[in-house]
Structure formats: structure tokens, C-alpha cells
Design a protein around this ligand. Structure first.
Ligand code: IMP
Ligand code: MG
Length: 192
């Protein structure tokens, strides 16, 4: 067996910040709140921001008992480092028009706010009935632009986190919890 196959991603974890049961419990609460808020509205469309939002979307969607549809938007705002490049780009667009639909953006984390500000404006320009934002995580200390966030799973300190969809250099997305990596993992990255 090669060294790459023998590598265990969990060896890179310094500590778990939010464990699986806390995540799942909070997602049930968010789903309940969303069901109340959208009780009198048809046409709910969850828009998942790829790639980071895919795990949260899967659990949030399964926690919702009311009808809803899904679509996906691929966005790129980060290089291989841990800081936003500031430039947001749509790399995969929605499959369907969103006119007259109630759009709920499902995002993994809001950091500077630039990604969600761009997405919100972009989607509003397409004539939906409404646009709201649901983010699993928020780092309030890092906010650079004001974006209205309607649902927040957890506010976290200014630390780079991975797992539950969030990556570092495309790895660690598969962890069922939110974790902080060992400092040694970032040593070869110059923009820290
Ligand atoms: P923003 O545009 O600065 O708000 O950045 C939002 C995007 O940056 C998120 O959708 C994530 O993809 C990424 N990001 C921000 N903070 C982290 C983190 O701690 N871990 C992994 N990705 C992050
Ligand atoms: Mg993201």
C-alpha cells in the first residue's frame, strides 16, 4: 500500500469545534424555524452553494417535511489558501429560472460576506418572489460587508475550520463534524 492510501485525514485534526450531534440538533431547529416562516408560501427553492454547502443542504433538506425543490450554484472565491481572494465567480449556474419563487440560499459559512453579497444581488436580479440566506456557520469578527442573514446555525470565532462540507485545499469535506486542523498542516501556505 502506498503512503497516500495509508494517510488518515483524522490524524490532521487538532480538535473538534462542533460535534456531529450538536450539528444535527441545530439543523432540526433551523428546519422547524424555516417551516414556520414559509408556512404560507409555495414554491420554496433551496439553492445550495457548491461545493461547501453540499453536506448541510443534504441534512437540511431531509429535515424539512414541507415540499421544496433544490438547485445548485457553483461559486469560486478561494484559491488553495485560507483567505478569500475577494473575486467571486459563478462556475456553474442554476438549472432553472427562479422568477416568482421563494429562494433560500444554503451556504456553509459566511466569512467576509463577499460571496453571499454577490450571490444575493445576482439572484435578486433574476426576479424571485424573495431571497433569504441560511448559513450553517458565521464568523462575525471577519465581516467586511453587510449582508442580511436570516438563519445562522452557529457563530464561531475567527479560526479556519474544516469538515461537514468545508475544505482546506479540497480535503476534509467528508468529516461529520466541524474541526480545527493542526497548525503544521498550514505550514506550507504563504498567505497565513
Ligand atoms: P466570504 O466571501 O469571505 O464570506 O467567504 C465565504 C466562503 O469562504 C465560504 O463559502 C467558504 O467556502 C470559504 N471559507 C470561509 N471561511 C472558511 C473556513 O474557515 N474554512 C473553510 N472555508 C472557509
Ligand atoms: Mg463556500
Amino acid at each position: 500500500m502506498s503512503n497516500i492510501e495509508a494517510r488518515n485525514l483524522e490524524d490532521d485534526v487538532d480538535h473538534v469545534m462542533i460535534d456531529e450531534s450538536a450539528l444535527q440538533a441545530r439543523i432540526l431547529e433551523l428546519a422547524e424555524q424555516i417551516e414556520k416562516d414559509y408556512a404560507d408560501k409555495d414554491n420554496l427553492l433551496l439553492i445550495c452553494v457548491l461545493k461547501g454547502g453540499y453536506v448541510f443542504l443534504a441534512d437540511l433538506s431531509r429535515a424539512l417535511k414541507r415540499p421544496h425543490e433544490l438547485d445548485f450554484l457553483g461559486i469560486s472565491s478561494y484559491g488553495a489558501g485560507t483567505k478569500s481572494s475577494g473575486a467571486v465567480q459563478i462556475i456553474m449556474d442554476l438549472k432553472t429560472p427562479i422568477e416568482e419563487r421563494h429562494v433560500l440560499i444554503v451556504e456553509d459559512i459566511i466569512d467576509s460576506g463577499r460571496t453571499l453579497q454577490y450571490m444575493r444581488r445576482n439572484l435578486l436580479a433574476r426576479g424571485p418572489a424573495s431571497v433569504r440566506i441560511c448559513t450553517l456557520l458565521s464568523k462575525p469578527a471577519r465581516r467586511e460587508v453587510d449582508v442580511p442573514v436570516d438563519y445562522t446555525g452557529f457563530e464561531i470565532p475567527d479560526e479556519f475550520v474544516v469538515g461537514y462540507g468545508l475544505d482546506f485545499a479540497e480535503e476534509y469535506r467528508n468529516f461529520p463534524y466541524i474541526a480545527v486542523l493542526k497548525p503544521a498542516i498550514f505550514e506550507h501556505i504563504f498567505d497565513l
